[in-house]
Design a protein around this ligand. Structure first.
Ligand code: MRU
Length: 362
């Protein structure tokens, strides 16, 4: 997608040295466009852990380049295992991380050490290119759902949670890909953007990227969505996901489940957009089997923003002696989901429908 007219992906190999990895530091958005270089596997692990890069597909792609950087340093079997273990431990919920690492390890290990650097860079680039093509296909399938609601002269209001836009992937995004395509085809779309406490990925990232692309949007408090739905101000919900079970349960950013409940109560379609690399075919019960990341309580007790004097400031908003808990994801059961938008089409959230779309993987 474009930033002020210039095409960007969220990750790329540096154009001058041809080996270091460039990312957009998402902790600095929307205040600054900072494009750091990652030069080692440890720097990649830090970037994922500290959420300079985030979003399920993007952390998978970044980890793949982490393996390439590790091989550049030492292409032995032992270092390959070490890199995969360190990178896999960075974040627990998004399955794309493990999917990308398993793919990288299997391939890279099958080559002699002298060839591993080249193979690893090529495979990481392939993962990135495939992600872009996959998200474009998700966009095309989701576009049909939006277009079906765009009766003449009527704006389509779509609610989304967290950031499942191009910043969460290599390009296009998952939940936002259909929205970008609808906008590009002159369909009048407007997005209700949940701010998404505690880290505010909606307010800081989704609002930023929609604004850069010229898509009409309004940021709302996380608690406002149910009210908007009751008033008839939401036509559909589209969210992304970090892991989908074989029976269609969906783990996504904390707060998604409440939107699913409110959508069901108000008869509003609730869609989840995902690449097939987000499906964990090994598990069937999202509530008991998906590991939910617990993040630092500081994300709850503080808020970071730009002060009126222009400085970026972090302020405490909770009494100093109060405890805080920070589960980062929740699970929306398949029964609340109207459809899964995948690169192969839209299907119901159940075992048979998923298996019919992806028979080999299932
Ligand atoms: O903790 P994050 O920011 O990595 O979580 C990402 C999300 O939950 C996104 O909303 C998402 O749906 C998955 S990425 C397309």
């Amino acid at each position: 997608m474009k930033i002020d007219g210039t095409a960007f992906r969220s990750i790329w190999v540096d154009e001058t040295d041809h080996w270091s990895i460039r990312i957009i530091d998402q902790t600095k958005l929307p205040w600054a466009l900072d494009l750091p270089r990652l030069t080692s596997m440890d720097e990649v692990a830090h970037a994922i852990r500290a959420m300079l890069v985030r979003g399920a597909p993007l952390i998978g792609a970044t980890a793949a380049y982490g393996v390439a950087l590790a091989m550049r340093h030492d292409s032995s079997d032992a270092n390959l295992s070490h890199a995969v273990n360190v990178l896999a431990a960075t974040r627990p919920t998004a399955i794309n991380l493990r999917w990308a690492l398993a793919r990288m390890e299997l391939l890279v290990r099958s080559y002699p050490p002298a060839e591993r650097v080249q193979v690893a860079y090529q495979e990481a680039a392939k993962i990135c290119d495939e992600d872009v093509a996959t998200n474009r296909a998700i966009g095309r399938h989701g576009l049909g759902l939006i277009a079906a609601r765009a009766t003449a002269g009527r704006r389509v209001n779509i609610l989304t949670h967290c950031n499942a836009g191009w910043l969460a992937t290599v390009d296009w995004g998952t939940a936002l890909a259909p929205i970008y395509m609808a906008h590009d085809r002159q369909i009048d779309v407007h997005v209700w953007v949940d701010e998404t406490r505690p880290r505010n990925q909606g307010a800081s990232l989704t609002a930023w990227e929609l604004g850069k692309h010229g898509v009409a949007h309004t940021v709302i408090a996380d608690n406002a969505g149910g009210h908007m739905m009751q008033r008839g101000d939401v036509d559909m919900v589209i969210v992304g996901t970090d892991r989908v079970t074989a029976n269609g349960d969906v783990a996504n950013k904390i707060g998604t489940y409440l939107k699913g409940l409110a959508a069901r109560d108000n008869g509003i379609p609730f869609y989840v957009a995902l690449p097939s690399s987000t499906i964990d075919w090994t598990i069937r019960d999202g509530l008991s089997d998906i590991p939910i990341e617990e993040r630092s309580a500081t994300e709850i007790t503080t808020v970071t923003g730009r002060a009126l004097d222009g400085a970026i400031a972090t302020v405490r908003i909770v009494p100093k002696d109060s405890n805080a808990a920070n589960p980062a994801f929740d699970v929306t059961p398949a029964r609340l989901i109207s459809g899964l938008i995948t690169e192969r089409g839209v299907c119901s959230a159940n075992t048979a429908a998923l298996a019919a779309l992806f028979p080999q993987a299932a």
